[in-house]
Design a protein around this ligand. Structure first.
Ligand code: ADP
Ligand code: MG
Length: 454
């Protein structure tokens, strides 16, 4: 069968949206008795197509050809093919600067691995095809490179599309500027700033708006205006749209309309390469053993990795000695000590209240109820049981006196004694529900032990 005919038949078998969004760059590069090689626009598209449509495409091609062929996807960089060589000086427009971008946070300085490759290529893709995946929503834990990617988008566009007006803003700043607008009765100006003169809006740490309904609503309207004028929006968050549970549903569904990608914790090799890159960026010689050591011993938050590397630079500048594994060990040890001291430095009273608080939260979580319900006078069965379990755990884990428990839970002395007895009795009688709940809470606290030494 001819390559073009096969491609045409494949197209006829897929939905028009899927094809236009993901397969418009597809080419059949090779077709023989054993395999088909399909070329796709770039690595990002290739990976997405492979993941999302791989098996459908395989089935479809096998149906069309009546053979069991191996399907291989390959990236063909259109850029390379179409790159024009321009002779003579290139005069670039001076970009209209709406935001400052950290010059160190570029696509070039971003190391990719399995944990972040899709996020990286999605960000690059929205730069190359603004409006196609709108919005792009990137989520991941703190210190995994979200802000780096937003700045990379900014830097890239300043360089390659100087006519575009690109604005980076944290959700917190968005709120503050909005408040200023309200206070100065200049909401019109505020709205104009965000809705009119922007081609690209990059919003960082959107989870900051949890519980802030007025600002969310303003963001929703900003979002709609930009979206309707086909402007690109990129959003970063430390949780998924669904986990932004208190966000207004219409805002969440807007976030879900585009492309959602995550950044995961990097594996050791990626972390090692990031360490090397970070050192290179500040012209610090970092031998392989030191980079491996740092990758191995510093946790997932890459800000800490960067902190350690900056520290090593300063130390080596002061001592005039190159960085070695000993100095790296010292830094890592002091970072670990600092972390565990965070709690030791607290006064006993504060420490105690952190423990009490943690336990209340763990119990409320386990029973799937609100904290405040525990302190209410509700007699609903699960709430009453949660209260009794909490009293029991106050006594057995935190060794609190009955008097203190009664004060904390605002119940009289005999109620508390009765509650604790009831739980003890349930455990004695082999009540599985109560035992499981208590074990789950304990397990949760074990998990937090590094954080709160109960
Ligand atoms: P987040 O916004 O997700 O909390 P940041 O973007 O602030 O994280 O990243 C923390 C630090 O780690 C920054 O210095 C950033 O440059 C660096 N970093 C994160 N991911 C990478 C990566 N893949 N390659 C190089 N540096 C990275
Ligand atoms: Mg950030």
């Amino acid at each position: 069968m001819d390559k073009d005919i096969l491609l045409e038949k494949l197209r006829a078998n897929m939905s028009r949206d899927s094809w236009n969004n993901w397969l418009s760059t597809a080419k059949i590069l090779e077709l023989d008795e054993e395999k088909v090689i399909i070329g796709l626009g770039n690595l990002f598209i290739k990976e997405t197509v492979e993941k999302r449509f791989g098996s459908i495409i395989k089935d479809t091609i096998n149906n069309i050809t009546g053979k069991r062929l191996e399907i291989v996807f390959k990236e063909i960089s259109i850029d390379k093919e179409h790159k024009q060589t321009v002779s003579g000086p290139i005069i670039k427009n001076r970009p209209l600067k709406l935001s400052d971008f950290n010059p160190e946070f570029t696509f070039d300085s971003f190391i990719t691995g399995n944990s972040n490759r899709i996020a990286y290529y999605s960000a690059l893709e929205v730069c190359k095809n603004p409006g196609k995946y709108n919005p792009l929503f990137i989520y991941g834990d703190v210190g995994l490179g979200k802000t780096h990617l937003l700045h990379a988008v900014g830097n890239y566009l300043m360089e390659n599309s100087p006519d575009l007006k690109v604005k980076y803003i944290t959700a917190e700043d968005f709120m503050n500027q909005m408040m200023d607008g309200i206070r100065a009765s200049e909401m019109e100006k505020f709205r104009e700033r965000f809705r009119k003169n922007i081609d690209f809006l990059l919003i960082d740490d959107v989870q900051f708006l949890i519980g802030k309904n007025t600002v969310q609503s303003e963001l929703f309207h900003t979002f709609n205006t930009l979206f309707n004028s086909r402007k690109q929006i990129v959003i970063c968050s430390d949780r998924t749209p669904q986990e932004l549970a208190t966000f207004h549903p219409r805002l969440i569904s807007r976030f879900e309309m585009g492309l959602i990608t995550d950044i995961q914790i990097p594996d050791k090799t990626t972390k090692y390469l990031i360490a090397k890159k970070m050192a290179q960026m500040i012209s610090l010689q970092l031998t392989d053993d030191v980079a491996h050591y740092l990758a191995e011993h510093i946790d997932q938050n890459l800000r800490k990795l960067r902190g350690a590397i900056m520290n090593l630079l300063i130390q080596s500048q002061i001592s005039g000695l190159p960085v070695n594994i000993e100095s790296a060990k010292k830094i890592v040890d002091s970072m670990i000590r600092m972390n565990s001291n965070k709690l030791k430095f607290q006064s006993p009273e504060i420490l105690e209240s952190i423990k009490v608080d943690t336990l209340i939260n763990a119990v409320a979580n386990e029973f799937n109820i609100e904290r405040k319900e525990i302190f209410s006078s509700s007699r609903k069965k699960d709430i009453a049981l949660a209260r009794q379990v909490l009293a029991y755990l106050f006594k057995t884990i935190l060794k609190m006196k009955t008097k203190d428990i009664s004060e904390k839970l605002d119940k009289n002395h005999s109620t508390i004694i009765h509650s604790i007895k009831k739980i003890e009795h349930s455990l004695l009688m082999g009540n599985d529900v109560v035992r499981d709940k208590i074990n789950n809470v304990k397990e949760k606290l074990e998990g937090d032990r590094g954080l709160v030494a109960i």
